[in-house]
Write a protein that binds this ligand. Structure first.
Ligand code: ADP
Ligand code: CIR
Length: 447
């Protein structure tokens, strides 16, 4: 809440400075927006009085000067109560994008009921959406315990996003025999039976180490220390003939540091993640901070098993293969995750929400199982709009050839994956991918 002192400061400051008129261009500035959102309607009132008294001087005032003054006022308010600005941004987000879950479920009464520590933790989680009003979700957890400690808020965001009407109770289950009725005879999810040839398949899970803050709250030192812990794990894998391979680091000065050129080659080959500093959602959340320190990836000798270090989650563990049977990547990932958990120690886990991830969209399984498939008719004209419209009711997400927020292939190749991650079992996700491919291929034929 804006303190009385802050309110007085903002009313008095323009008068003290003795010049300035709220011109149209100043109104469009971000500072004016904050002032408006803060309910500081007294500011224009004061300015009108001033206009009469000091008309001559006011006429000379430039919008730049007003903008500058509002910036100073805003800085003053932030010093008095640093939460004021973000609370105003959250409110502004509610108006700008009523669908953004962060603002939609932010309840000032709940916020005011919290201790100062929990208030600060909640605001840190909401920062990405507060600064990016085009967010769909707009929230990232900063500590694994945020989901439980701030449950009255997070539970609504989680159920809202995952469309879960009742209480969330996630169960982990990789056992394909438990979904035998959904598997073809013999249990093989064979893409040739759906009319596809060799296909690029990938299954990843997001995992976080229980003994570090989540990426949004990590210091540079945390990131460097966590990478050093993981290097010990990768050394064990590299010595194991089942894995072998290498670790590639982006950390300046690391003994495993790779060149910019090699890093770009890894990104192009779908092995390494993109420069996170370019992602405004991750940047606002603090997840992209200290780039590229503590970032890297382990790649097995056959390049089929990969672990990202320091992206949106501490670890993204994945299997990739160009082949025809989905079980190959799914089964290998299950075994590799067990190995990783054994060597790394327990991954952050919530009793209701399953595996904990930075973004509430990935909670539960943390799993995204995808294939690259060609659907030229549904992507005719180079747009993914129709493909997305057809895929959504089938429970599928469509992404571009370089992953999220990238363009589709010129030949109509897209990345498709089941959208659900929470209150769905791992074994069900891989079945959903197989069934989804079959359904999407039928839609492609009809298009
Ligand atoms: P995530 O899958 O971890 O959420 P992205 O969507 O950004 O992240 O994808 C990360 C990388 O994985 C990108 O280079 C993307 O092209 C690649 N990728 C995803 N699915 C496949 C696939 N089936 N085959 C090959 N590469 C893939
Ligand atoms: C948003 O709210 O739109 C962004 N924070 C991205 C949300 C999707 N989450 C994700 O890709 N893990």
């Amino acid at each position: 809440m804006l303190s009385r002192l802050a309110a007085r400061t903002i009313r008095q400051a323009p008068r003290r400075a003795g010049r300035g008129v709220a011109t149209k261009s100043a109104e469009s500035g971000s500072n004016f927006r904050y002032a408006k959102v803060l309910g500081l309607l007294a500011v224009p009132t004061a300015l009108v009085v001033m206009q009469t008294n000091q008309q001559k001087e006011a006429q000379c005032a430039s919008s730049d000067a007003i903008e500058e003054r509002l910036s100073r006022i805003e800085a003053m308010i932030s010093r008095l109560d640093p939460s004021t600005k973000i609370l105003a941004q959250i409110e502004a987000g509610r108006t700008a994008n009523p669908d953004m879950l962060m603002s939609k479920y932010f309840d000032v009464k709940y916020y005011n009921s919290l201790s100062d520590t929990l208030k600060a933790r909640l605001l840190a989680c909401c920062k990405s959406g507060a600064e990016n009003h085009d967010s769909g979700v707009g929230v990232y957890a900063m500590q694994p315990s945020d989901y439980d400690d701030l449950k009255p808020y997070f539970d609504q965001v989680i159920r809202g996003y995952h469309k879960i009407p009742g209480q969330v109770k996630h169960i982990t289950n990789w056992d394909l025999s438990s979904v035998a009725d959904r598997l073809p005879a013999g249990g093989k999810l064979d893409l040739t039976k759906l009319g596809l040839g060799t296909t690029s398949m990938r299954v990843r899970v997001g995992r976080n180490l229980a003994n570090y803050p989540l990426p949004g709250a990590m210091t540079k030192e945390d990131r460097i220390n966590m990478e050093a812990d993981m290097v010990k794990v990768f050394k064990e894998l590299i010595e194991d003939p089942e894995f072998g391979g290498n670790y590639y680091s982006l950390t300046p000065g690391s003994p495993f540091e790779v060149s910019e050129k090699f890093y770009q080659h890894l990104v192009k080959s779908h092995i390494m993640f993109k420069d996170m500093a370019a992602d405004t959602y991750l940047a606002s959340a603090g997840i992209a901070s200290s780039w590229p320190f503590g970032r890297g990836c382990y790649v097995s000798a056959d390049k089929g098993f990969i672990v990202w270090v320091g992206e949106e989650d501490h670890l993204r563990i994945m299997c990739m293969k160009k082949a025809t049977v989905l079980n190959d990547v799914f089964d290998r990932l299950k075994g590799a995750c067990d190995t990783m958990e054994r060597i790394c120690g327990t991954f952050a886990h919530s009793k209701d929400y399953g595996y904990v991830t930075s973004c509430p969209t990935n909670l539960g399984t943390g799993m995204r199982a995808s294939v690259h498939i060609k659907i030229p008719k549904l992507t005719a004209g180079g747009s993914d709009a129709r493909a997305k419209a057809v895929a959504r009711p089938l429970g599928l997400s469509v992404r571009g050839m370089g992953g999220e927020h990238t363009p589709i292939g010129a030949d109509g190749t897209v990345d498709i994956s089941p959208s659900a991650r929470l209150q769905i079992q791992e074994a069900e996700i891989i079945c959903a991918l197989y069934e989804g491919i079959r359904n999407l291929m039928e839609e492609e034929k009809k298009a």
